[in-house]
Design a protein around this ligand. Structure first.
Ligand SMILES: Cc1cc2nc3c(=O)[nH]c(=O)nc-3n(C[C@H](O)[C@H](O)[C@H](O)COP(=O)(O)OP(=O)(O)OC[C@H]3O[C@@H](n4cnc5c(N)ncnc54)[C@H](O)[C@@H]3O)c2cc1C
Length: 438
């Protein structure tokens, strides 16, 4: 229960952890820090970013059941976290609606989640929310930025974590447990499972936002409080409404967020062009906002004019801070390390394709499971539930992503694939190949 002290239960490592070190201070790390603090554990977050706040990409997140459940349970800011979309619509290339279904879906933004979590964890002030004060029974908190974790070792019952500081120094910190929440290229996972590779899937996602009140009437009709899709060979685009600046929820102040998957085969010139930033550096997997080369952006916009419905092409034309991410696959074979003293969560455990709309929810779910593990001592159950979910959704993401990008299907099958990703986690069935014995 939030606010309680660790209640005398034990981890599989044989003793109750008091101080937990979390690697990564993005959403997964902050979910961990916020929940554990409220359960009375002391936490230290180590984040490699050189400044206190992570750079806002201002982009949307579909808020799945576990994301909402997490905020419901642990958020003390008590402000709404999501905008509701009422309908799903599918467009053809001329922009006509070819299919629609009434289906509610909640949409949030990365920055709103981030600032709410920082307010809850280390009382970070922002325009997004009121900052809740500390409560009796909270564990101690410590958010250290500019700290890149490079290794760890067991020291008796404890774990020592080593990190490099941005100023060139080297330091370490000792805790009772280590949580790797350091994303899809996780250093913690590389140390534990060096054989695991993160592989390019053959396509990228172009992302951006446009203020609702800068969109044409046609675009507003298509995207305001709608979850709207377009499929064509090698293309999938989905566009939806998310909270605006400082998490604004009022009509007119929100943002229209587009997520446009488009194929860039490995080794081809167009991939090199899109992934080379304005300083001429070939980036491996992401071109962050503000770093795209004008000629690469022109190439992408032309692709939009040629292939997207006019409302979606308009979003591409009007976005001021586009960014690009290569779609990749990665999953760790297990979450059973050092008898439960080291765990992976979120993208560090499994980097899903974004079609699953489940990455943030996975991080929230893993943390809800971690809390249960710490409170009950049932390590095997933690491993089982986090791994089964990771295996199922990771495989489904690869499957529906490949079908969308590399096959030509009737619309009905795209709709079915999409609807499959909306099945509530509680209703999922886990086939034998997902199952884990610990
Ligand atoms: C700045 C940022 C913006 C994002 N914006 C969006 C968005 O708009 N929409 C969306 O759907 N998803 C976004 N994501 C991804 C989304 O947060 C994740 O897919 C999901 O929430 C799971 O998060 P995670 O914390 O497991 O991994 P991540 O979000 O990848 O976070 C991992 C964190 O670990 C840190 N880290 C990595 N290696 C080390 C190390 N060796 N030592 C210390 N720290 C380390 C990274 O700097 C990062 O902050 C964003 C991620 C980041 C980091």
């Amino acid at each position: 229960m939030a606010g309680s002290q660790p209640n005398g239960t034990y981890t599989a490592a044989g003793r109750r952890p008091r101080h937990i070190i979390i690697v990564g201070g993005s959403l997964g790390g902050l979910f961990t820090g916020v929940a554990l603090k409220q359960h009375g554990y002391d936490t230290t977050i180590l984040e490699r970013n050189p400044t206190n706040l992570l750079e806002n990409q201002g982009a949307g997140i579909v808020a799945g059941g576990d994301t909402l459940a997490f905020f419901e349970r642990y958020d003390r800011c008590k402000r709404p976290v999501a905008v509701t979309s009422q309908k799903r619509m599918y467009l053809d290339q001329s922009g006509e609606v070819v299919h629609e279904e009434v289906m509610k879906q909640t949409m949030t933004s990365w920055d709103l989640c981030y600032y709410m979590l920082r307010a809850n964890y280390d009382h970070q002030q922002s325009g997004y929310c009121k900052v809740p004060g500390p409560q009796p029974g909270d564990g101690k908190i410590d958010y250290r930025y500019g700290c890149t974790v490079t290794g760890f070792q067991e020291e008796g019952d404890q774990i020592r974590v080593f990190y490099d500081k941005t100023d060139g120094g080297k330091e370490s910190v000792v805790g009772d447990m280590l949580v790797g929440a350091d994303g899809p290229s996780s250093s913690v996972r590389k140390i534990l499972c060096p054989e695991v590779e993160r592989k390019y899937a053959g396509y990228c996602v172009i992302r951006g936002t446009v203020p609702e009140n800068e969109a044409s009437e046609e675009a507003r009709k298509a995207f305001v409080e709608r979850f709207t899709f377009f499929h064509a060979p090698g293309i999938q685009n989905l566009t939806y409404t998310i909270p605006g600046i400082d998490g604004a929820m009022e009509p007119g102040k929100r943002l229209l967020n587009f997520v446009w998957y488009t194929n860039f085969p490995e080794g081809e010139e167009e991939l090199e062009k899109v992934m080379t930033d304005k300083d001429g550096k070939r980036r491996r997997l992401t071109i962050p906002p503000g770093t795209m080369r004008p000629e690469a952006w022109e190439m992408v916009k032309q692709r939009g004019r040629d292939r997207l419905p006019p409302q979606m092409s308009e979003m591409v034309e009007k976005t001021k801070q586009p960014f690009v991410q290569c779609i990749t696959d990665v999953i760790t074979p297990t979450n059973d390390f050092y008898g439960g003293k080291v765990v992976l969560i979120g993208d560090a455990l499994a980097g899903f394709r974004p079609h699953t709309v489940a990455s943030t929810s996975q991080a929230a779910f893993d943390v809800l499971m971690l809390v249960e593990y710490l409170e009950t001592g049932d390590h095997a159950e933690f491993v089982r539930r986090t791994m089964e979910y990771a295996r199922l959704i990771q495989k489904r993401g690869m499957n529906i992503g490949d079908r969308s990008q590399f096959e030509k299907l009737p619309l009905r099958e795209y709709v079915e694939d999409r609807n499959m990703m909306s099945i509530k986690r509680e209703d999922l069935e886990f086939p034998e190949w997902t199952q884990v014995r610990v």
